[in-house]
Ligand binder design. Structure first.
Ligand code: 13P
Length: 256
């Protein structure tokens, strides 16, 4: 499948039940459908009702922020893919840096989660990205390459074709410091070349690679205008309907 433009909103651990439904209803009203996808990654408690709110809207999709790789069982506090599917989830964010850091998710565990998501017919949104010290040491490309190799490169070309990648430099997450369009483009290009090297140019060309880290209405046009940036994974600015819709509307507005 050719790559798509995507604005994905990661609500993280924000919004109580009512607040989340208000946000989803506002997004439904304010977003003008286009060819781009708008994906809402809500907390678990919102999924079912937000799924009802966005039902039948061809540009909207529902995502979870995490899952457990096992089918079911004694894993207190965890959530299975069967549960997520049963409420209409189509996408699952995996390997967000906050889960890697606070919940010690390894590349190996993420490979298991990627497999489980694909086996269930859902789409992983696989996050990668380096800390500031790694960027400053100049080893960010090989660091991100290892994350991708160790969690994704066991996949067949066909399965890899189902993955969405989100490059999120940790130093840009929630800090207000955005990677420059040039920095984002350079890493996205590297990632696409890694994929072409492992699989082929068609697989690389067809992979949607999103940028995450302080994406705002004011920088989305320039970021999304980069040739290898296919959209954004948005945290803070996805919590306000006007801002997230402005980001969603940024596709196709840049001349670059
Ligand atoms: P911010 O947009 O708040 O920087 O968060 C980015 C992010 O982590 C999305 O997953």
């Amino acid at each position: 499948m050719p790559r798509k433009n995507i604005a994905a909103g990661n609500w993280k651990m924000n919004k109580n039940y009512e607040e989340g439904l208000v946000l989803a209803r506002n997004l439904l009203v304010k977003s003008s459908a286009s060819d781009a996808l708008m994906i809402l990654a809500t907390p678990f408690i919102h999924l079912k009702e937000v799924g009802e709110i966005i039902k039948g809207q061809p540009h909207l999709r529902l995502a979870a922020q995490n899952c457990h790789p096992e089918k079911s069982g004694a894993y207190t506090g965890e959530i299975s893919l069967d549960m997520l599917k049963s409420v209409g989830v189509t996408h699952v964010i995996l390997g967000h840096s906050e889960r890697r850091e606070y919940f010690h998710e390894s590349n190996e565990l993420l490979a298991q989660k990627v497999n489980a998501v694909l086996e269930n017919g859902l789409t992983p949104i696989f996050c990668c990205g380096e800390r500031l010290d790694i960027r400053e040491a100049g080893t960010h490309v090989s660091y991100v390459a290892d994350q991708i190799k160790e969690s994704l490169f066991h996949l067949s070309a066909e399965d890899f074709g189902k993955i969405i990648i989100a490059y999120e430099p940790i130093w840009a997450i929630g800090t207000g410091v955005t990677a420059s369009p040039e920095q984002a483009q350079a890493m996205h290009r590297e990632i696409r070349q890694m994929i072409a090297g492992k699989y082929n140019a068609t697989v690389a060309d067809n992979c949607s690679i999103l940028y995450g880290g302080s994406v705002k209405p004011g920088n989305a046009v320039e970021l999304f205008g980069q040739p290898d940036v296919d959209g954004g994974l948005v945290g803070g600015a996805s919590l306000k309907a006007e801002d997230f819709c402005a980001i969603y509307d940024a596709f196709g507005k840049s001349e670059s």
